[in-house]
Design a protein around this ligand. Structure first.
Ligand code: ADP
Length: 164
């Protein structure tokens, strides 16, 4: 029987830290669902379709499925019949929030388990919000995102503010 996992997040945009976690997850799971959360509380820089497109152009494998979802992650997991959630851990500071989320998800459905994967050390301080801030101020993000994401970030910010 195939063992599948769900890696859910905002991915606004996907970073090399996320990609590192996906590569590690592919060593454990047969298929990894990279599932983009449509979170109405957050005001994303990239739309759902754009975020899916950024992921699909940053990593290719026939064992990865990229899709969006709305609502509770637990409901999405039930619909897919997949009860392994994948999360990345960067630092101890991630732990408390992740611990809370993991136990909350399990309280909603006891079949849910969360698999935590430790990121590569060089990505331990990397987040989508740091990348967005750097890109907005024309900083160098080439070590943090794929070439495709870098180009799309440039396009996004050059639309509103033109610097050579
Ligand atoms: P969320 O909105 O749920 O925080 P993110 O897209 O920021 O979504 O992150 C999704 C998952 O990826 C989380 O488990 C987060 O800890 C992990 N993650 C984010 N950045 C990194 C990174 N640099 N290295 C490893 N994991 C990361």
């Amino acid at each position: 029987m195939a063992i599948n996992g769900i890696y859910a997040g905002s991915f606004d945009p996907i970073t090399n830290g996320h990609l590192d976690i996906i590569h590690r997850a592919l060593k454990i799971f047969d298929t990894v669902y990279v599932s983009v959360i449509d979170n109405i509380e957050k005001d994303p820089l990239f739309s759902m379709d754009e975020r899916i497109n950024l992921i699909s152009n940053s990593i290719q494998s026939d064992r990865i499925i990229v899709e969006g979802f709305q609502g509770l992650l637990v409901d999405y997991a039930r619909k897919k019949n997949i009860f392994n959630l994948i999360r990345g851990l960067r630092a101890v500071s991630d732990f408390e929030y992740e611990f809370q989320m993991s136990l909350t998800n399990r309280s909603q459905d006891p079949r849910i388990d969360t698999v935590f994967l430790m990121t590569e050390q060089s990505y331990s301080y990397l987040s989508s919000s740091i990348v967005r801030q750097l890109a907005k101020l024309n900083g160098n993000i080439s070590d943090y995102v794929s070439d495709y994401v870098r180009i799309k970030l440039k396009e996004k910010f050059n639309g509103s503010k033109r610097i050579t």
